[in-house]
Design a binder for this molecule. Structure first.
Ligand SMILES: Cc1ncc(C[n+]2csc(CCOP(=O)(O)OP(=O)(O)O)c2C)c(N)n1
Ligand SMILES: [Mg+2]
Length: 321
């Protein structure tokens, strides 16, 4: 099987299965942090991160599992974080919305909507002008964050200083329960807004990982040639509730049939379809899946067996005493 297909399949399958497992295990009430699952949106994280090197940095939001895993974050430490254990990637003090793994270029995630955008711009500024590194910073955010003032200040600054940033907006049509039409003028185009700041911008479908991969590859190559920031908007859709492990189609905030039509565009099924039309060797996928399933089981065991942090560290990682 084509190596690219195999790598992308590994990423998408892993993200999907980790989140499905979180959704099942959450009901046992041992993970006590809120969880924002991105089942249905995996292709964006997988396709973008497949183009990034270990030292390229990413920064993410409340919905960060896919970005963390796509970028190669340590799975055991992620699950331990969700269980609030001392082996967690934020020492068990942060939970699902505070994932980080500096060894793999995962600077962090923060749940304040829009807040990570200027932080990402700061990382890129420091990297370009002080460290003089040739790496790029990818900032993931939802379309809701583009309604925050800080987004507009950040893109202006990034453009002015030609910073090596890939802005990735996952437009899943909703901010909590409020759809786009109740939040934005019908003619509002995020792409045009960003373009008007002098930044090359593209809008694309976000459920075909090969499309995401190609657009991200082309954009990242341009950024590496020091041409400044690029903005990508991917149209995608979250299947489960905004926050929590359940389906919420009974709440009626989505038009009838909308969820089903997006489930028909499942990123995992789409990629499987492409792999099978190009190769008959299904046993390669079976092997990949087995290995990942085993890794996930191990990570949950690791998290459950780990200890809770000691009380003494509670005040240790804050700015003021
Ligand atoms: C500044 C701020 N306002 C409101 C919230 C509450 N909140 C948490 S997630 C969210 C929705 C954000 O929507 P979007 O950026 O589209 O991301 P999505 O949840 O769709 O991935 C909101 C309003 C918050 N965390 N921070
Ligand atoms: Mg959204």
């Amino acid at each position: 099987m084509n190596k690219l297909y195999r790598d992308l399949y590994k990423k998408i399958y892993k993200i999907r299965c980790v989140e499905k497992k979180i959704s099942t295990m959450y009901k046992h009430q041992e993970m006590r942090c809120p969880v924002h699952l991105s089942i249905g949106q995996e292709a964006v994280a997988a396709g973008v991160c497949a183009n990034l090197g270990k030292k390229d940095e990413i920064i993410s939001t409340h919905r960060s599992h896919a970005h963390y895993l796509g970028k190669g974050g340590n799975l055991k430490n992620m699950i331990a974080e969700l269980y609030g254990k001392d082996k967690g990637c934020a020492k068990g003090l942060g939970g699902s919305m505070h994932l980080q793994d500096l060894d793999n270029g995962i600077f962090g995630s923060v749940p304040i909507v829009g807040s990570t955008i200027p932080i990402g711009v700061g990382i890129a500024f420091y990297s370009k002008f002080f460290l003089k590194k040739n790496n790029i910073t990818t900032i993931f955010f939802g379309e809701g964050a583009t309604e925050e003032g800080v987004f507009h200040e950040s893109i202006n600054f990034a453009s002015l200083h030609k910073l090596p940033i890939l802005f990735v907006c996952e437009n899943n049509l909703y901010s909590v329960y409020t759809g786009l039409k109740d939040r934005q003028h019908v003619n509002r185009s995020i792409k045009k807004i960003v373009e008007s700041n002098g930044i090359e911008s593209h809008t694309s479908t976000g459920n075909d990982v090969l499309d995401v991969y190609s657009l991200a590859k082309e954009s990242i190559n341009k950024i590496r040639k020091k041409k400044g920031p690029i903005f990508l908007e991917f149209k995608t859709y979250r299947w489960l509730e905004h926050c929590g492990p359940n389906w919420d189609d009974n709440l009626n905030y989505r038009p009838k049939g909308e969820l089903k039509s997006w489930m028909n565009k499942c990123p995992l099924k789409k990629l499987r379809g492409k792999i099978f039309s190009n190769s008959k060797k299904n046993n390669t996928l079976d092997k990949i899946e087995k290995k990942i399933n085993y890794e996930i089981e191990n990570a949950f065991q690791f998290a459950k067996n780990a200890k809770f942090p000691k009380k003494e560290i509670l005040n240790k990682f804050i700015y003021s005493n």
